[in-house]
Design a protein. Structure first.
Length: 522
């Protein structure tokens, strides 16, 4: 018992210190969640796809899973706040403002002001370093306890997100649907006038109904709302808000005096992410953040949302004057419907009920025009606003229309690896051990009012190995990554190093085996 007692006291003390950290941001969580949020058990905790360096045994769960869900809530919370505070901002300005709130630099600076680093637990129990004051050691060895610990900015920011996650999980475990504590945690940690909410209901107080929402509803708009309600059983109080979710940016504002779906899409994107993350986090309590992230990619991908848009027939309500888009949509609808019918026929021939048709039929179809996934996200945002910020309507939409696609997540185990940008990352960092590369994205200037395009460039040691244009940064990056992979595929390491002048630390050893870097924070 004498040998065990110090370890017991050390763990109790760690719980109490972690609870003090929770009190700093005015949240009340269980000691277990508080300690998990403050536990950094290796030098590279947070690097989900890397082997742990200097792992500290016996510390229990680290902050990674809580950081995963906390990061998603932080994105949603800041999006909701900015949507209400700045009704005149376009989608681009909203993205910039949100980035300033949730970036690691902002979280780290605010955590430093709170002295949160003093509460992070990064060292496991050491019997020789634990020794009561006032006693003299007569026999045995004694090691001085460290008074400082190395923490990167990212690690401190991750702990901030983990504390938000702890507040969210605590509410879930206690059947509290308000998420008030998580809202308060975000306010304390972003420390900005752009997020002052202390409870969930404060968000809707920021929202002022725009004139287009409350204007007189036309027969056409009312009929459209009735048609959409047949596919999803949510009744809109404000049909013009629903109309907004289906108006493409190319459709003139003067026709109906309703803006395009871009702001609603910005809001709906974060709401959908939260619903997907909740599903994965609580259904798979033993999965690590890397697995959760890769499988969330499938659920929130434009490829899936485009198929869902057609499944719900939302594309039939879109208003657009972009002729080329209309042709692209027509071709995509034909392809996705054929893929679904083929999946159903195959399931029927195999003796399976139609309810068990292959839910991943959409993965074999080319990417949809970006407006289709945008419509789904805008519709989710419109429902949320129309319901006066009731998150349960988003959960209901997820349960009814999305969940059945992902009841068996094992069929998406390789989905992320098939994504060109993800594959390129793993190829360069793991196969080649190269760290001097990047994908840069820039908007191209508009010409004669044409649609804004985005260009992505893959730079490897200062050399361009892939470039492509697209309607969005995501599409451009995928195309540029494909081009880069085409040039690098099958290239031996020695030839790769010589061709691109790669001398990254630990690129290869003398035997030609790949060695990774030392894991320091960038």
């Amino acid at each position: 018992m004498a040998y065990i007692l110090p370890a017991v006291l050390h763990r109790i003390e760690s719980h109490l210190i972690a609870l003090e950290a929770a009190e700093l941001i005015h949240i009340n969580v269980t000691p277990e969640l508080a300690l998990e949020a403050c536990t950094k058990d290796s030098d590279n905790s947070g690097d989900h796809d890397a082997e742990q360096i200097n792992f500290q045994r016996g510390m229990g769960k680290n902050y990674e899973r809580l950081e995963f869900i906390g990061d998603c809530f932080l994105k949603m919370a800041t999006s909701i706040s900015l949507y209400g505070l700045f009704p005149g901002n376009d989608e681009y300005k909203s993205h910039v403002d949100r980035m300033l709130l949730l970036c690691n630099a902002n979280l780290c600076n605010n955590a430093l002001n709170l002295k949160l680093y003093e509460y992070i637990r990064s060292q496991s129990f050491n019997r020789r370093a634990w020794y009561p004051e006032g006693l003299n050691l007569k026999r045995g060895k004694k090691t001085a306890a460290p008074k400082t610990h190395p923490l990167g900015d990212k690690a401190i920011a991750d702990v901030c997100e983990a504390l938000i996650g702890a507040a969210l999980v605590h509410a879930h475990n206690n059947n509290d649907t308000t998420m008030d504590q998580a809202v308060r945690a975000v306010t304390e940690l972003v420390c900005s006038e752009n997020h002052n909410a202390k409870v969930w209901n404060d968000y809707y107080k920021l929202y002022q109904k725009p004139a287009y929402q409350t204007a007189i509803v036309t027969a056409t708009q009312k009929d459209m709302a009735e048609q959409v309600e047949k596919k999803h059983d949510y009744h809109f109080q404000w049909p013009r808000l629903l109309r907004c979710a289906f108006i493409h940016p190319s459709y003139p504002y003067s026709y109906e005096k309703i803006p395009s779906y871009q702001r609603l899409e910005f809001l709906g994107d974060s709401l959908l992410d939260m619903a997907c993350v909740n599903f994965l986090f609580y259904r798979y309590p033993d999965k690590d953040p890397q697995w959760l992230t890769e499988h969330k990619m499938a659920m929130a991908s434009n490829q899936f949302l485009g198929a869902l848009c057609v499944h719900l027939e939302f594309h039939t309500h879109m208003l657009s004057l972009h002729v080329s888009y209309q042709a692209q949509i027509k071709d995509y609808v034909t392809d996705i419907k054929e893929a679904r019918k083929q999946a159903e026929d195959d399931a029927e021939r195999a003796g399976k009920p139609r309810s068990q048709r292959a839910p991943d039929y959409w993965t074999a179809v080319r990417h949809p025009p970006k407006c289709l996934p945008d419509i789904v996200e805008a519709y989710i945002g419109a429902m949320f606003v129309d319901s006066e910020y009731d998150f349960s309507v988003i959960e209901h939409f997820f349960e009814r229309h999305i969940r059945w696609f992902f009841e068996d997540m094992s069929i998406y185990d390789t989905y992320a690896n098939k994504q060109p940008t993800t594959f390129l990352t793993k190829f360069l960092q793991v196969n080649m051990g190269c760290t001097e590369w990047t994908i840069q994205v820039r908007e191209l200037a508009e010409v004669d009012g044409s649609k804004t395009m985005v260009i992505a460039i893959v730079l490897l040691h200062g050399k361009v190995i892939g470039e492509a244009e697209g309607e969005s940064g995501r599409y451009a990056k995928i195309a540029a990554a494909k081009m880069a992979l085409g040039k690098l595929e099958g290239l031996p390491i020695t030839e790769f190093r010589e061709m691109y002048g790669c001398e990254c630390k630990g690129c290869v050893d003398e035997d030609g085996d790949v060695e990774m870097g030392d894991g320091e924070d960038e």
